[in-house]
Design a protein. Sequence first.
Length: 469
Amino acid sequence: MLSFYRPFVVSSRKILTCICATRFGSSISNCPGCGSHFQTEKPTKPGYVRESTWKSRLQSAKDPKLQLSYLESLPILTERELKLLLKARKNKSLICQRCHDATYKHVLSAAAFPDMTKLFSHVKVNPHGIVVHVFDATDFPASAIPALPAMVGNKKIIAVANKWDLMPKPVNEKKAKQFYIDHLKGHLQWDRVDDLHLVSARNGDKLFELVDAINKRQTEDDVFLFGRANVGKSQLINAIFKAAAVDSHPPPTICNIPGTTTDLLNIPLSLFGDMFKPKQGDYHVSSEKESWNTSQLIDTPGIKNDDQIMYLLEPKELQMVMPKRELTFVGCKSFLPGSAFYVGGLVRIEYVSGKEPVQIAFAGSRGITLDFSKKNRTVSSMKLSPPLVKEREISFPELEMVQEFKYVSKKESKGKDSYDIAVGGLGWISINCTFPTESTFRIYTPAKTPVVIRKSLYTLEPSMIKAIA
């Protein structure tokens, strides 16, 4: 059992109700892994299952002994009988072939992205609910949704910076929260943020602080999870499944390839026992009707952002750019005018003019090749990856200048004027100078993929930078 598990009381009746409602009720026609409607005709499309499997599924659903009315008529179950029943139900889980391949073969046959207007209109018409907006702490602000409050109506919004465990250490959490809130309200035009949490779905860090924050804000409301593709929404729900020790229902499918979830996934909050029961202060609210039982945890499909470089990459290349360990700053402690800094074959930063050397470093996946060129020296594209040049040197877009950036470091700053060039789907490049200077840089990306210049969360010190190998 994982260290972040916390026990919750779940009655046998509640468990049986959830099993039947989610597996043999209204959701029988949809895959619980991705939300796709089950179909038996197109093997390469989402929701495909073999016809024989589907017929068996329908037969099980029609069996009177599997209906809620029958299960409710059973006498009180012993703990052993309940475990046997849960095991039997678990073996009857059905997911589509696409989810099976994504889970066990790490292959996604067809990516799917929703119509954002249609998705948000469905949520906005619902007058109640809490919105949990999940973004990637290592890919900000590209992984956040602009102007989200205006699209979801008058609902409470909790922002979640997922993958917090991957951020370079040490970092002041209070400063980090303010950093994200300032950018959400500024660059992304949010008019409100009710709460923000730094969470790691991968190891469960800060998970229960988020759950408690939801409980203090919801009474009988649904909880909607929104976010860009690949920010870890489904992984966050999987962490909740593990924390509540739920094995009677298949969790959402997790895949590193964007576009796994195709439709809304409705999961009863009562499935998690008392974990999501509304709270007042530090205590759960008791209710004779227990109407919170009808509330849903709703996982929504990831929303595509075309300004993220990852959509230009093939699956093998995508694995290279996705960070798997804590980020470190790798770069050059004395970056001179006339030099260029390369992040794989995806980004080139040219130091066009200036009088002082600067520090420059990349924070991102360790699978990306880094290099820099001094005056009169060029870097062969064959040394840089991704992209995997031998396979894609013709089809991959050329690097084009997307922005010219003027960096100013004042005497009063004492070397604390660090700026980041945030590249969507990749990470960021930090620039700092310990001397007063005014420097100009040119930024090149494939097909002019946009970047965001932001004040850095970190003050880049020379001691923090690891030299390029």
